[in-house]
Design a protein around this ligand. Structure first.
Ligand code: AMP
Length: 282
């Protein structure tokens, strides 16, 4: 399988599929594909006749001090996986194709990025909105699939689709984990053996807090503070760990009945940033 790198060519490919009467799902990725990505491909396949994947490490969503240069790239391997999964096409453009010149427009986000990754990574979600907006216009899919792993991203993209009238239905796939519970991520490749053994501790902490909430614990702050201390004692550096409303992605103290929340954490092991979350439905 070969990657399609030009915009007219991928447009032509999708158009031809649609002319055959097929529905098209789209899964955007940054490559270095793992089972988490593949689970989204399979979910996409269940909801559409054909699936198009993009592989593009988007420079616009990396801050200058982040890992854009080091981010793992494995295109040949990724193409093999896409072929094995029966993907209809892989769009893997260069930076010149995606950003041929100076950009005069950008998309601003209100409120939904004030906490979680939005506050820790300034410009991150604006960069994602920009590239996904472009990719939706290029691919023109019927359905697009994203992971719960990046739940704030999903919430913000759903808002973009709703407010900007993109004619696409978004689906969220569950988080795929290693046997010990660690959420799969391309960045797990950065972990050394010792860090890899510690890494599932984040998921364990989230599970513990979720269980306490389920059992009726009322003081979320206390629960969360306790888990932060435990993680710090094990060698994690905490970026954030808290319960956020699903609606606005803002921290909450009192959990109300019939509401949806995100229990989310971001931590560092050495230089490596790990994120994970659980959805809590009261
Ligand atoms: P990325 O290549 O990291 O930009 O991720 C591409 C898509 O895969 C995003 O929608 C992610 O949320 C999703 N994803 C990443 N890790 C996982 C995972 N462990 N399980 C399910 N989906 C994932």
């Amino acid at each position: 399988m070969e990657a399609i790198t030009s915009i007219p060519e991928i447009r032509q490919k999708v158009r031809a599929l649609k002319q055959e009467g097929k529905s098209v799902a789209f899964v955007p990725t940054m490559g270095a594909l793992h089972e988490g990505h593949l689970s989204l491909f399979r979910l996409a396949k269940e909801h559409a006749d054909e699936v198009v994947v993009s592989i593009y490490v988007n420079p616009e969503q990396f801050a200058p001090d982040e890992d854009f240069e080091e981010y793992p790239r494995a295109l040949d391997d990724d193409l093999k996986k896409c072929e094995e999964e029966g993907m209809a096409a892989v769009f893997a453009p260069s930076d010149k194709i995606m950003y041929p010149g100076e950009q005069f427009l950008s998309i601003e986000i209100d409120e939904l990025n004030e906490y979680m990754d939005g506050s820790s990574r300034p410009g991150f979600f604006e960069g994602i909105l920009l590239v996904v907006n472009k990719l939706f216009n290029i691919i023109d899919p019927d359905i697009a699939v994203f992971g719960q792993k990046d739940v704030q991203q999903f919430r913000i993209l759903q808002t973009m689709v709703d407010e900007f009238n993109h004619d696409v239905e978004l689906l969220m796939g569950p988080i795929k984990r290693a046997n010990d519970g660690l959420a799969l991520s391309s960045r797990n490749a950065y972990l050394n053996d010792e860090q890899r053994k510690l890494a599932p501790g984040l998921y364990r902490s989230l599970r513990y807090v979720a269980k306490q909430i389920d059992d009726g614990a009322k003081n979320v702050d206390l629960l969360v503070e306790h888990q932060k201390n435990e993680l710090e004692a094990k060698g994690f550096k905490i970026d954030y760990l808290n319960v956020f409303s699903f609606e606005k992605m803002m921290p909450v103290q009192d959990l109300k009945k019939d509401s949806k929340y995100i229990l989310a954490g971001a931590v560092y092991l050495g230089e490596t940033r790990l994120i994970d979350n659980l959805i809590i439905e009261k």
